[in-house]
Structures are given as structure tokens and as C-alpha cells.
Design a binder for this molecule. Structure first.
Ligand code: BG6
Length: 513
């Protein structure tokens, strides 16, 4: 595929606003997310000249650090995790905008000190009091943190002439519907919904954003995007890594909560939603809600038929032995936490009636690969498709989210030669080949959007709760069932036979990735 021609690229403003001067305060700044994602994201935004000129980052932690220690830690984190490394010429100026504020989440004095520090930074760096609070903290501490922020006078109202206060809430937002509602209520006691940005980093991925462009900036797909032409959809998010060092969190979560409730249902929404009539945040989010509202609840007594959960057992990966999940560090030896889940879902609306959506995700699978595959209906069984023993391969449109970002369309073509031999071939497009620019990381785009006040790529409260409602139905059925063990799949394999059977019973098969 040839490189894209710069002269033909259209830049649309679509109501985008520019990021305003602000201070980003990270609660839980000693954590992994800050080092691996947030600081590298801010650094890359700086290198791209996208940060507002008057900008600062304050890391709030319990550690006995001063500004200098935080700056050194940030430099190490950027050196290790950023897509673009430390640039010795630009770093010193960037570093001057990094600060540390020490304290515990429940200590009012720590918030008073934070306020003092923020006011000083505002004065020194010409920031008009705008603040973005990033909560990278355990869900159980959110209520205290937001209350203390308010009590310390660190939350502005939405009055037009006041500086802005925005809050970013990280997942997990709860572990079921009830706890998610509680967290949302806690946040809502202090912040207006328009100030709340619930992050799902999948929405910041370039290829995820391009789903809407593919669907609605091309005239050839949308007419076919419905039950008349589509046989089924497969959404796969496979991970090569096992649970790694995150067992403490994962034991309580499992694949359904960790990946389906948020990332996979968001991919489903973007694939299945009706065309929004504008890109304004609420129009897009209303259309996504339209999908969640039509997602068929799986009755408790049918969960086993439509949902397969499993755990990885011992296996081999890249030549190395992988212990089974139950033998991983900090995992209970009788754990029933699922590391794999496959679901057959239905969207009961006009567009999707009768089209199953097969969703699957798991850890310790053969490779890291996420994709959405739209499989079209077969051509009639006459002419080229008349052979009873050799049905033609169907057309499949695959949107590759990661890695190897791009899309491919499988079509049938005639193999050269005197006989009629029909072969599937792939028309393939890769972002890396067509565009020279490297894609930004999800967190870069998302942080920028918060600074600009654009909530399009963030989860609205109703969507979080609708997703939880659907997932909680499955969790409740599992709880009632009280399984003492789960089906196993060998680490490094494509999941349990039960998942193969589920799709094979419908006369279909999982795609090989
Ligand atoms: C996170 C999950 O939300 O997404 C992790 O908690 C998972 O368990 C990760 O590994 C996957 O994200 P990505 O961007 O690497 O596909």
C-alpha cells in the first residue's frame, strides 16, 4: 500500500478546542501508571509542542520526596518507558514544571499544603487556577480524596468566569453495578458530570478512534453494516502476558471485569452504534448508549451456554515454561478467577437483529493482538458457491487495533490458470506504511482532551453503569453456580475447547490470529 499523500489529508476542526493552561495533579503518583504512561505521555506532548505554555505537573504521594526527587524519578521513567527518549536539551525546561506534594489521602493538612503549593505554582508559572486532578488511586480512597479536595477549597464551580477544575477517574470504577454507582455518587457529590472524565485508555488508541472514520467517512461500508449483509462479528483482545505482578488486583477482578466491562464493550459500541450527527461529546456518547441499551441481558440460566470462562494452566511460551495461573505469585491455589472469557452477545435493535457478536479476551494466549472482524454473509449457493463440499470463504473486514495497526479485507478472486479456481486474498492497509508519523500513545490524546475540555472519548456515567449492569448479570450467575474450578487452557494456547465448542455449535469458528 502506497504512502498517504499529504496534500489529500483533510483536517477537520469538529469543534475541537485547544488545551488551556493548567496544573495536572496526579494522586497516586508513585504508582506504575504514572511512571509507565502518564509522565511519558506528558513528555511526548511537550516534544510535540501540544502542551499549553503555562503548565505544571504535581505528583501527590506519601513518599518522603521533594521536587528534585520527583524530577529524577520522572526522568528515569521517561528514559525507560517513553516512546521518545529524554532529550538533554529540552529536559531541563520541562523538568522545572514538575513538582511533588507529600501527603496521605485522608489527611486534611496534606490538602491544605497542596493548595498552598498549587497557588504558588499558579503565580510562578502564570497558570490561572485551572486544575486537572488525576485519580490513579484505589477505588476505596476516591470518596475521601474528592471530599478533602472540596474541603480544602480545591474544587471550583462551573460558573463561566471561574478557572476550571476537572477530575480524571481511572478504572476500576467499582467491581459491580452497586459499587460503581457508589463511586459515581461519591464523585457527583463534589463534581458536576461535566467536570468528570472517566478514562478507558482503549478509546485513546488511534485505531479505535479510526473506527468511526472508517464507518462514516466512507460510502462503501455503511450500506452493508447491518443484519442484511453481516453474518457475525468477532471482537478479540488477546494478551500474551500472564498475570505478571498484578495478581493482587487481578484475583479480585478477572477477565470479565478487567477487560469486558470497559474495553471490549467500548469496542462493541463503536462497531455497532448508529451514526452520530456531530462529534460533540454527548451526541457520540448518546449513540453508544443506544447500543448498551439494546444489549440483550443474558438470563442467569443461560449464562453457561453463552459465556465461557477459563483459567490458564501450565504451558509453554516462547520456549519458556509458564506456571498455571493458580501457581502464580500471590494467586490462591484454589482461585476461580477467570483469565479468559468468551461471550456470545446480541444487540436487539433493527440493525443487528440476529447477528451474534462473539467477544473473547484472555491472558497467556499465543500473542498480543486486538481486532474487530466483521464477517459478511456467504454468497448464494449457486454458481461459484455451489460445491457442497467446498463452500467459499466469506468476505471478512478486519480492523486491527494492535499491533500491526491497520485493516484488511478478505475477498475471493480467481487463481490464474485455465480452470476456475477461487482463492481468498487479503487487501491490506497498514498505518505504519501509509503514514510516516508514529501514532501517539492513548494517554497523550486523552490528557490533551481533558485539558481542552473535550469529553467525547471518555465514559459517561450512564455508560459505565449500563456496562456494569450487563456484566453484573453474568457475575451473579457465576456466583450462584459456585464453581470450585474452571476449565483450563494451556498457557500459550488459544483458549479452552469449551470456547471453540460454543462458536462451533453455531456452525462458525474463531478466527486464527
Ligand atoms: C488494562 C487491564 O486496562 O488493559 C490490563 O487492566 C490489560 O489487565 C491492559 O493488560 C491491556 O491494555 P493494552 O493497551 O496493553 O492492550
Amino acid at each position: 500500500m502506497a504512502e498517504a499523500d499529504e496534500r489529500n489529508i483533510r483536517t477537520l476542526s469538529l469543534g475541537r478546542t485547544t488545551p488551556q493552561p493548567n496544573t495536572l495533579v496526579i494522586f497516586g503518583a508513585a504508582g506504575d501508571l504514572t511512571r509507565r504512561k502518564l509522565l511519558p505521555a506528558v513528555w511526548n506532548l511537550k516534544l510535540d509542542g501540544l502542551l499549553p505554555e503555562n503548565f505544571a505537573v504535581v505528583g501527590f504521594t506519601r513518599r518522603d520526596w521533594d521536587d528534585q526527587t520527583f524530577r529524577e524519578g520522572a526522568r528515569e521513567a521517561v528514559a525507560k518507558y517513553s516512546r521518545r527518549k529524554v532529550d538533554a536539551g529540552k529536559w531541563p525546561e520541562f523538568e522545572k514544571g514538575l513538582f511533588h506534594s507529600k501527603g496521605a489521602f485522608d489527611d486534611p493538612a496534606a490538602y491544605a499544603e497542596l493548595k498552598r503549593k498549587l497557588d504558588e505554582i499558579d503565580r510562578e508559572r502564570g497558570i490561572p487556577g485551572n486544575r486537572v486532578y488525576y485519580l490513579s488511586i484505589p477505588p476505596s480512597t476516591i470518596a475521601t480524596c474528592v471530599e478533602e479536595l472540596q474541603r480544602a477549597g480545591l474544587v471550583e464551580s462551573l460558573e463561566p468566569d471561574r478557572p476550571f477544575t476537572r477530575i480524571i477517574v481511572e478504572k476500576p470504577i467499582g467491581h459491580d453495578l452497586e459499587s460503581a454507582r457508589r463511586i459515581n455518587d461519591d464523585v457527583a457529590r463534589v463534581f458536576d458530570e461535566r467536570q468528570v472524565f472517566r478514562i478507558d485508555h482503549y478509546l485513546g488508541k488511534e485505531t479505535v478512534q479510526s473506527i468511526l472514520v472508517l464507518r462514516f467517512a466512507n460510502s462503501i461500508f455503511e450500506p452493508l453494516w447491518n443484519q442484511k449483509y453481516i453474518d457475525h462479528v468477532q471482537i478479540t483482545v488477546s494478551e500474551e502476558e500472564g498475570v505478571g505482578t498484578r495478581a493482587g488486583y487481578y484475583e479480585e477482578a478477572g477477565a470479565l471485569r478487567d477487560m469486558v466491562q470497559n474495553h471490549i464493550l467500548q469496542l462493541l459500541c463503536l462497531t455497532a452504534m448508529e451514526p452520530p450527527w456531530s462529534m460533540s461529546a454527548d451526541v457520540v456518547r448518546d449513540q453508544k448508549m443506544g447500543v448498551l441499551n439494546c444489549l440483550r441481558t443474558i438470563p442467569a440460566d443461560e449464562v453457561d451456554k453463552h459465556v465461557v470462562r477459563a483459567q490458564y494452566g501450565p504451558g509453554k511460551h516462547g520456549g519458556n515454561e509458564v506456571p498455571g495461573y493458580r501457581r502464580e505469585d500471590r494467586v490462591k491455589s484454589d482461585s476461580t478467577t477467570e483469565t479468559y472469557v468468551a461471550i456470545k452477545a446480541w444487540i436487539d435493535n433493527w440493525r443487528w437483529a440476529g447477528v451474534p457478536f462473539y467477544l473473547r479476551t484472555g491472558k497467556a494466549l499465543p500473542q498480543r493482538a486486538s481486532e474487530i472482524a466483521i464477517q459478511f454473509k456467504p454468497v448464494p449457493s449457486i454458481l461459484f458457491n455451489a460445491e457442497p463440499n467446498g463452500a467459499l470463504e466469506p468476505n471478512v473486514l478486519v480492523l486491527r487495533i494492535q499491533p500491526d495497526e491497520g485493516l484488511s479485507l478478505q475477498i475471493a478472486t480467481k487463481a490464474p490458470g485455465p480452470r476456475v479456481r477461487i482463492s481468498p486474498v487479503q487487501m491490506d492497509f497498514q498505518y505504519g506504511e501509509a503514514f510516516r508519523d508514529e501514532s501517539p500513545e492513548a494517554y497523550e490524546r486523552l490528557l490533551l482532551d481533558v485539558m481542552a475540555g473535550d469529553a467525547t472519548l471518555f465514559m459517561r456515567r450512564d455508560a459505565v453503569e449500563a456496562s456494569w449492569a450487563w456484566v453484573t448479570g453474568i457475575l451473579d450467575a457465576w456466583k450462584q453456580g459456585g464453581a470450585r474450578w474452571l476449565p483450563e487452557y494451556a498457557a500459550g494456547s488459544w483458549g479452552p475447547v469449551e470456547a471453540d465448542r460454543m462458536i462451533q455449535n453455531d456452525g462458525r469458528r474463531w478466527r486464527e490470529l
